[in-house]
Design a protein around this ligand. Structure first.
Ligand code: CA
Length: 230
């Protein structure tokens, strides 16, 4: 799966340069030119990482950073700030606000890509799931692609299994229907009928895993979250 990067920058030339270099590295790229657009894109398209320029019209980068970290749907998305030399103190504030890293302009594409990969690697390490996952009566063996509830095997379709795995991998985090569609079904632009596909599969998945269905939490008008008690 291609990792999705959201570029938040108002200078078109920089966006173009970043897009070119990131796409060349195999990333999927979306962009936003101000804070409001950025919030909107982050909520709806759930990028894997945000490149946030601090110099933006309207809401400045630090305010955008704060807003992204405050909103539960976007708070876990890693942020790399793009700063100018004159913004030394801002980058400290940004890191305090929860940004993961910063890079000072001008930077080489190679340096930026190394930073992006390092941050993504850190996040992925945290999200790693064990070969066998157990919560209450639910047991998932990822090496055998098998699921059981109260030691009774549960037959899941491949899509249901992928859905469970994706939710589990992001446990504690809300995933939007669009994100799930994009990840599991590979649709780029989800329409009404397609987002319902996710709901239908969640419904059958919940039915099959019985009381363990309590771990799959519905976030109204948005998506789903996997949450265990521990
Ligand atoms: Ca700018």
């Amino acid at each position: 799966m291609k990792e999705k990067i959201l570029i938040v920058e108002d200078e078109k030339d920089i966006v173009k340069m970043l897009r070119y270099n990131l796409e060349k590295e195999g990333f999927k790229v979306i962009d936003a030119s101000d804070g409001e657009d950025a919030m909107d894109a982050a909520v709806r398209q759930h990028p894997d990482l945000i490149l946030l320029d601090l110099m933006l019209p309207g809401m400045d980068g630090l305010e955008v950073c704060k807003a992204l970290k405050k909103e539960s749907k976007t708070s876990s998305i890693p942020i790399i700030m793009l700063t100018a030399k004159s913004q030394e103190s801002d980058k400290v504030v940004g890191l305090e606000l929860g940004a993961d890293d910063y890079i000072t302009k001008p930077f080489s594409p190679r340096e930026l890509i190394a930073r992006i990969k390092a941050v993504l690697r850190r996040v992925n390490e945290k999200e790693k799931i064990p070969e066998i996952f157990q919560a209450g009566d639910l047991k998932i063996d990822f090496s055998k692609i098998s699921v059981s509830v109260k030691d009774k095997p549960v037959e899941l379709t491949s899509k249901e299994f992928e859905l469970l795995k994706t939710l589990l991998k992001a446990r504690g985090r809300v995933l939007s229907r669009d994100f799930l569609l994009d990840t599991i079904w590979g649709f780029d632009h989800a329409m009404e009928i397609q987002t319902r596909t996710v709901d239908v599969h969640i419904r059958t998945l919940r039915k099959k895993i019985k009381n363990a269905s309590k771990y799959i939490i519905t976030v109204k008008n948005y998506g789903y979250r996997f949450e265990t008690e521990d």
